[in-house]
Design a protein around this ligand. Structure first.
Ligand code: DX5
Ligand code: ZN
Length: 223
C-alpha cells in the first residue's frame, strides 16, 4: 500500500502566523500544501489565487496540491507556475472538455488528478483512467472548510477502490478532501486512500501551538 501522506489545507491557515505554520509543517514533513483556488462561480466562495501561490513559493519548498475549483481551468494553468513536484486537480464538473484539460496539463510534468464532487457518479472516471495519476474525492461539497462529510461519499471511496482494482489501475492515487478527522482518515485509509487533506477537522484544530501534536495524531491514524 502507498504510504499515507498529509496535504495541509491552507485555506484554514492563519495568515498572520503563516511563516511559523510553514516551519512546523516543514519540521513535521508534511508532504503537500493543499491550495483551494476558488472563483466564486464554480463554487460559492472566493479563495486562494495567483498572488497567494507566488508568495507561498517564496516561503517554502513543500510541493503544492493545487485544487482548482474554478470554471474552465484549462485556460489558466499558465498563470500559476506549476512545478513537476506539484499535484494539480481539475474538476470533472468544471469544464465541458475535461480530457482536453488533462492533456493541457501534461507538459507541466506534474501529477494530474481528477476531482469529483459528492454527487458525481464514479462512471465519470471510466474514460480518463489512462490520463490521470490520481483522483481527488470530495467528501463535502467544495467551497467551505468546516463542513460535515456527505455520508454517501464513504461508500463511494470503497466503490472507486474496487473499480481501480477491476480496471487494473491500482497505480492511481486516491486523495480524500473534506472533514478528514483522524477517525475518518483511518477508516478511509482502509479503503485505500493515501493522500489526506487536513483542515479544521484535524491539523488546524486549536491555535498554532496545537499544530505539531495534531499532525502527529493524524500521522498515526494514516500509518
Ligand atoms: C475543500 C476544502 C475543505 C477544507 C478541508 O476543497 O479543501 O474541505 O479545507 O478542511 P475541513 O473540511 O477539515 O475543514
Ligand atoms: Zn480542496
Amino acid at each position: 500500500m502507498r504510504k499515507g501522506e498529509i496535504s495541509a489545507s491552507m485555506m484554514c491557515s492563519d495568515l498572520v502566523n503563516l511563516k511559523e505554520t510553514l516551519k512546523i509543517f516543514e519540521d513535521e514533513g508534511v508532504e503537500y500544501l493543499h491550495i483551494d483556488m476558488m472563483d466564486g462561480i464554480f463554487v460559492p466562495n472566493f479563495g486562494l489565487g495567483v498572488d497567494y501561490i507566488r508568495s507561498i513559493r517564496e516561503l517554502t519548498s513543500i510541493p503544492l496540491d493545487l485544487h482548482m475549483m474554478i470554471k474552465d481551468p484549462e485556460y489558466k494553468f499558465q498563470w500559476i507556475g506549476i512545478k513537476e513536484t506539484d499535484i494539480v486537480s481539475v474538476h470533472y464538473e468544471s469544464t465541458f472538455q475535461v480530457q482536453r484539460a488533462l492533456d493541457f496539463l501534461q507538459p507541466y510534468g506534474c501529477k494530474r488528478f481528477l476531482a469529483i464532487n459528492p454527487a458525481t457518479p464514479i462512471s465519470a472516471l471510466e474514460e480518463v483512467l489512462d490520463y490521470i495519476d490520481g483522483i481527488n474525492i470530495l467528501m463535502v461539497n467544495p467551497g467551505f472548510a468546516g463542513q460535515k462529510m456527505v455520508p454517501s461519499t464513504v461508500r463511494k471511496v470503497q466503490k472507486i477502490s474496487e473499480m481501480l482494482r477491476g480496471e487494473k489501475h491500482t497505480d492511481i492515487i486516491m486523495e480524500v478532501d473534506g472533514n478528514i478527522t483522524p477517525e475518518n482518515a483511518s477508516m478511509l485509509r482502509q479503503f485505500g486512500a493515501s493522500i489526506f487533506v487536513a483542515g479544521t477537522s484535524s491539523i488546524f484544530k486549536g491555535g498554532i501551538e496545537h499544530y505539531k501534536n495534531n499532525i502527529e495524531v493524524l500521522r498515526r491514524a494514516i500509518a
